[in-house]
Design a protein around this ligand. Structure first.
Ligand code: KG4
Ligand code: ZN
Length: 358
């Protein structure tokens, strides 16, 4: 196990869902960074189609890797210290394209492989802001399309799960809400844009789990409430707009997250007296791009005398720079283990409640 992060020159590959991404970092310095989104390809299906995603990763991977290496001025793979790849969680078929690509490059060049958990990547994305200059330990809210996690992150990037969603993820709530309002993909940003033009006071949705003891969240009730509101409006012809619905809905999603985080900072924040009290809250994952969430997290942290570091917007969604940043904490994979490396759909974080860079 590693302690302090390394300062390696790393090529990272990420293909867990519908972004084919490659990046080259020296330590935290981003030298090359390419993200090819497949969003348009999946749009007419209303969601990511796994088989189509895998095939597109196959078409794009070589081009994306070559572009990232070009940006970094690397002409030969042997110049690298390591090749990092996301091994899960995600769509297994999609992940395997990246894993196979990384294994082949590692085997052909003799450069060691590092297998990284995608969730660890999101956690490490908060380290990519040179101005924030964040170092672990910190507390972390990870809100993405597949996960809503409340985490403690120690100095070696070892992650402990403190809370999770009991049903839908926050990003999923945004996406499902967007579909109910007839918005195109990507649902989250489109719903947020519509919400910015509405009045959040017109239709109020009740955030779930706020009075619950732990740090878990729940979003499926909100989605049902939105669908009922949309249906009732159609029946009764009530006079609130889609923008008002979107605004009320966004406020409730954010309030659910702030509810959990407020409890977290009370229990584990700077002034909590907890033996592992932390001074920083990192906000990461696709939903961390949400303007309302970023503002409210900053406000709450201030109330608890803490600092908020939200991932820079470019690296909130899936990308390879965050995988390279996480890889700096990981040991290199032994060659025989690297050769038999497999992908996984569900992170070991959920069975062990802990994730260590190994
Ligand atoms: O981290 P990410 O790119 O993929 C996963 O690992 O899941 O997160 C994608 C999620 C989607 O649900 C998307 O709608 C949401 O992040 N998202 C947003 C915003 N930008 C992306 N949700 C709310 N507001 C945004 N501005
Ligand atoms: Zn992700």
């Amino acid at each position: 196990m590693t302690g302090a992060p390394h300062n390696r020159l790393v090529l990272a590959i990420e293909s867990s869902c519908d972004e084919t991404a490659a990046a080259v970092l020296r330590g935290r310095e981003v030298l090359g960074d390419v993200i090819a989104s497949q969003a348009e390809l999946h749009e007419r299906f209303g969601g990511v189609v796994p088989e189509i995603a895998s095939r597109r990763h196959l078409e794009l991977l070589d081009v994306v890797v070559r572009e990232a290496l070009d940006q970094a001025g690397i002409t030969d793979l042997t110049e690298l210290d390591a090749i990092a790849v996301t091994r899960g969680p995600g769509l297994v078929g999609a992940l395997l394209v990246g894993v196979a690509g990384a294994k082949a490059r590692s085997w052909a060049s003799g450069v060691p492989l590092i297998a990284v958990d995608h969730l660890m990547g999101h956690v490490a994305s908060a380290l990519l802001d040179p101005e924030a200059a964040l170092e672990p330990p910190f507390l972390c809210l990870l809100a993405s399309g597949g996960h809503t996690l409340v985490l403690d992150v120690d100095a070696g990037l070892r992650v402990t799960l403190l809370g999770s969603t009991r049903d839908d993820a926050a990003g999923e709530a945004f996406d499902k809400g967007a579909r109910l309002l007839g918005l195109q993909m990507p649902g989250g940003p489109n719903l947020a844009a519509l919400a910015a033009t509405g009045d959040p006071g017109v239709v109020r949705f009740t955030p779930a789990m706020v009075h619950h003891e732990g740090f878990d969240t729940s979003f499926s009730g909100l989605k049902t409430a939105l669908s009922v509101a949309v249906r009732e409006r159609a029946v009764r012809g009530e006079g609130f707009s889609d923008a008002d619905l979107a605004a009320g809905y966004e406020v409730a999603i954010v309030a659910t997250l702030t509810g959990a985080v407020r409890k977290l900072l009370k229990a584990r924040g700077a002034g909590s007296g907890h033996p592992d009290a932390r001074t920083t809250l990192a906000v990461v994952g696709g939903v961390a791009a949400n303007t309302r969430l970023r503002a409210e997290m900053t406000q709450i942290s201030e109330q608890f005398g803490m600092r908020t570091v939200a991932t820079p917007l470019r690296w909130c969604g899936d990308n390879a720079a965050m995988i390279a940043a996480a890889a700096q904490f990981y040991p290199e994979q032994a060659p025989d283990i690297a050769r038999s490396l497999d992908a996984y759909a569900t992170s070991p974080l959920f069975s062990h409640r802990e994730l260590v860079p190994n």
